[in-house]
Design a protein around this ligand. Structure first.
Ligand code: IMP
Length: 465
């Protein structure tokens, strides 16, 4: 039975952890396949909150096997910290497997992350400083150390002896002074290996067997499509592939392993880090979006997120490159209380209307969003949203329904979930409560023609930081 992938359609932080948590209840496996400890997936269970960086979001369900695939770069110290934290909270964490082929984040990766950012000037992405970029650079450059390597003292020592001198030269060339003692790293990583050994497996085989035996497999994407190293806002995104196709490469199964791709779209846009952001807001409007719904602050770095209106130009690209079949719209409650809700359906670039997301970041920085103003809905207290969620999609304010249906139609993917709060109970599951006709995409990405437009709302110009 093919699996399901849950993918972020914006800049990460769309609320994927919550959707994965809900779907994990009906899954046998949850597989992380990309990124690393730069991710921060929040799962709220009653008054308990979990923020996972490396652990898959199904880990708190003992009957679900959680797999960290080969596509993830594993920071062993961080992973052990998460495991220990969960054990202290009463979870056994026996339901974890870590790919023997996953690459390991080494101490020099973190040092280089900071140094590389420092010399990039205006091209810096404002990374999470978790060593993610340098770890993926080493993987592709064949300088990498994998989980299987730290389990073998001979291989680990040989790799450290070969790589460390070159890493020191690079650190020095970038203006760094840090020097790593081989023996200390060797001992530290051997200790990590001893503790992680019980979880290490040929993860590709585990996932393959599960699929072959008809088990339900959920592939949990980290970050979002517009941080993807190929399809995102390069060079301001992350260093791994975040799109649905990466679920196969990053977990060691073939393309037929995925039958369903659920795109998670936050009802507005947020971003931590640099790069052009056409619908970005500032001042009071930005504060309004940032401070509501629990606050828009980075889960990993606690940096305040840049916020803006929903941008359909970017999300349409996500629908295409991921082959979305289904849609989850999150944080709809946060937009409550606005008279109108602007949504960008195109960009204005020196009076030319662009519907396709530009590859050139300078062009993107020069784009002004062209908005359609949708009627807003009332601001409701959390308990009212929860009551609405319990009563299903039809209980949402009519304007909120129209907003979500509009997005659904634009993207041509079937609405599966609407989230109106942080908890599991704040989720409307349309797969069960209503019958939705399969929508057809109304807009194409190409430079298309005039449809009736509401007046243009020109935003200030934005530039790459
Ligand atoms: P890195 O992945 O730490 O190298 O950071 C590269 C860019 O991606 C930075 O702008 C980060 O803020 C952003 N980023 C990385 N991971 C996440 C995430 O999980 N959510 C949101 N932004 C992220």
């Amino acid at each position: 039975m093919p699996g399901t992938a849950v993918i972020g359609c914006q800049f990460g932080d769309e609320g994927k952890g919550k959707i994965v948590d809900v779907l994990a209840a009906e899954s046998d496996l949850v597989v992380r396949f990309n990124g690393g400890a730069n991710a921060g997936h929040t799962v709220q269970v009653g008054s308990d909150s979990f923020a996972f960086r490396l652990l898959p979001s199904g880990i708190i369900r003992p009957n679900v096997l959680n797999v960290i695939g080969n596509g993830v770069v594993v920071d062993p110290g961080q992973l052990l910290e998460e495991i220990d934290g969960l054990r202290q909270r009463g979870y056994a964490v026996e339901n974890l497997r870590v790919s023997d082929r996953a690459h390991v984040v080494m101490p020099w990766h973190k040092a280089l992350d900071t140094l590389e950012e420092g010399v990039k000037g205006g091209m810096a992405a404002e990374t999470t400083k978790r060593g993610i970029g340098p770890a993926f650079e080493d993987k592709v450059g064949r300088w990498g150390i994998r989980v299987t390597d730290i389990l073998d003292p001979i291989v680990l020592r040989k790799k450290l002896e070969s790589y460390l001198p070159a890493k020191h030269r690079i650190i020095l060339a970038l203006g760094g002074t840090e020097s790593f003692v081989l023996e200390r790293i060797f001992n530290q990583y051997r200790e990590f290996a001893t503790r992680l050994q019980e979880f290490v497996a040929d993860a590709g085989f585990v996932v393959h067997e599960a699929l072959a035996n008809g088990k339900s497999v959920l592939f949990e994407g980290a970050q979002g499509t517009h941080l993807d190293v190929d399809h995102g806002i390069y060079p301001y995104g992350t260093s791994s592939n975040c799109v649905a196709a990466a679920a196969c490469v990053g977990s060691g199964v073939g393309p037929a392993a995925i039958g369903r791709v659920i795109g998670v779209v936050k009802a507005f846009t947020s971003r931590v880090g640099a790069g052009p952001f056409p619908t970005e807001l500032d001042g009071k409007e930005a504060e309004y979006l940032r401070e509501r719904g629990g606050g828009e602050y980075g889960t990993v770095t606690r940096r305040p997120r840049r916020v803006g209106w929903l941008d359909l130009v970017m999300v349409r690209l996500s629908a295409r490159v991921n082959g979305l079949t289904d849609l989850a719209v999150t944080k709809l409650d946060v937009l409550g209380g606005l008279e109108t809700v602007p949504v960008a359906f195109a960009y204005d670039h020196y009076d030319e209307e662009l519907r396709a997301f530009p590859a050139n970041m300078h062009v993107l920085a020069e784009c002004n969003p062209v908005y359609e103003e949708l009627t807003g809905w009332e601001d409701l207290p959390p308990e009212e949203w929860r009551r609405i969620a319990a009563n299903g999609f039809g209980a949402l304010p009519k304007e909120a329904q129209a907003y979500v249906r509009w997005i659904e139609k634009e993207l041509g993917a079937k609405l599966a979930f609407v989230s109106v709060g942080r908890g599991r109970e704040d989720t409307i599951d349309l797969r069960r409560t209503t019958v939705t006709p399969r929508p057809t995409a109304r807009l194409t990405e190409g430079p298309t023609p005039a449809a009736p437009r509401s007046p243009r709302r020109s935003a200030k110009s934005h530039r790459a930081k």
